[in-house]
Design a protein around this ligand. Structure first.
Ligand code: ZN
Length: 413
């Protein structure tokens, strides 16, 4: 998707703001002599920004405004190393709430709704994002925070909460409790707004069924405000994102070049109006694609597909780019195999070729040999690469959360 004139003007303002500041990116842009962009091509020459930059700038080196304008910070935990700290101005906090309220509205939530918020409060952006958005919309926030399922269920009944905000795993847990206790008819829940962990169709169907609600995927990351920069609509075909606040590119994670609309790749985000910590071309490592065309729901904001995995899990072997979603699609077809897998890439001296080894989990009721054979064949026919396959008993591989790395590359590059 090409930059509009308005977006380009806003990006030039962001560049000017950075250059005028003493921040990490201000110095970088001055050193590189970047003053403004005049075309798509200019924009695509701008350097990427990354979580590593933000770590290098720890704690507040990223701040592009004077101290007195910063009203809050958030931090993303990060699985390794130093955390990342993002400073917000009053306008940033307000812009985020506006975007979040827009998410609720896109999900058909109104000021008559009561939103029970179960994600955590504190340094990370989840709970407070859901809350500020609810207040901006004029809905009633019920700020529970995580855990204490007993109390969650009580409040849900007493206050007639109509919306549950949760991670998919907590929504599933609540759903199971509701079913176990036969509470479904005593609840007023209609909708669930679910944070952007990766979750499968099976889990979605179970939560819907157990709680009797419609579900909406919300997208976001701490580095770019937090959750609330995009959400799915009733069409359940991708998430709308707010292109008046963000410019979104999809790039090939290996070459760094933008891919045509509709093709899968890594989401790269540019903030258009952020003050505290403007980020240009921030690599999210989330994999998705732009969904071309208008959404039948009538919402004019563009769409991306739901998150398909992490670009750290994308790899190239024998000249073929392989996405985690393709691996998952293959495994889904094989009876007896779970959704968990790991992949190791290595170099075989004997044959002078790269080799790929897939470890998948199999159910004891099926033949491990047959499962391995089927996986090999399906890889060959669908992806064009034949892996070596090892089947291990279900429960052997580590359970993955959103950021777990499934692919290890032992090749010299
Ligand atoms: Zn829509």
């Amino acid at each position: 998707m090409q930059l509009t004139k308005t977006q380009m003007d806003l990006i030039n303002k962001q560049i000017a703001r950075l250059r005028a500041s003493d921040s990490y990116y201000g110095k970088l842009y001055r050193d590189l002599g970047i003053e403004k962009i005049e075309s798509q091509e200019d924009f695509e020459k701008l350097p990427f920004s990354s979580k590593d930059d933000l770590r290098n700038a720890y704690p507040l080196g990223i701040a592009a405004v004077p101290e007195e304008e910063i009203v809050r910070i958030h931090s993303s935990s990060g699985t390794t190393g130093k955390p990342v700290i993002i400073p917000y101005t009053a306008k940033d906090v307000d812009d985020w709430a506006i975007m979040f309220a827009r998410c609720y509205a896109t999900a058909g939530i109104t000021n008559r709704d009561r939103i029970q918020i179960t994600p955590g409060y504190g340094l990370w952006t989840a709970g407070i994002g859901f809350q500020a958005g609810a207040e901006k919309l004029g809905a009633m926030a019920v700020p529970m925070g995580p855990g204490n399922t007993e109390k969650q269920l009580q409040m849900m009944q007493d206050l007639h909460s109509t919306v549950i905000a949760a991670t998919s795993s907590y929504a599933l847990l609540l759903g199971e409790e509701v079913q176990k206790r036969g509470l479904k008819d005593k609840l007023s829940l209609k909708k669930g707004v679910i944070g952007s962990e990766r979750w499968g169709e099976k889990m979605r169907a179970r939560i819907k069924e157990q709680l009797g609600i419609s579900l909406y995927d919300i997208y976001g990351l701490t580095e770019i405000y937090g959750p609330g920069i995009g959400i799915s609509c009733d069409e359940e075909n991708g998430m709308h994102y707010w292109d008046d606040y963000l410019y979104l590119e999809i790039i090939d994670p290996i070459t760094g070049k933008p891919v045509p609309d509709g093709e899968e790749g890594e989401i790269v985000l540019t903030t258009l109006v952020k003050e505290g910590a403007p980020l240009l071309r921030f690599r999210t490592h989330d994999l998705s694609r732009i969904i071309p065309g208008n959404c039948p729901c009538g919402c004019k904001y563009p769409r991306i597909d739901i998150i398909k995995g992490r670009s750290d899990d994308m790899f190239k072997i024998h000249g073929v780019n392989i996405f985690p979603s393709q691996v998952e699609d293959v495994l889904k077809l094989v009876k007896g195999v779970s959704s968990e897998y790991t992949i190791a890439l290595g170099y075989d001296e004997e044959t002078n070729r790269d080799v790929m080894m897939v470890t998948a989990e199999g159910d004891y009721n099926y033949s491990f040999t047959d499962m391995a054979q089927e996986i090999r064949e399906r890889f060959k026919s669908r992806i064009g690469v034949t892996p070596k396959v090892v089947i291990v008993p279900i429960g052997t591989l580590p359970r993955s959360e959103k950021k777990t790395k499934r692919v290890t590359d032992y090749r010299d590059r």
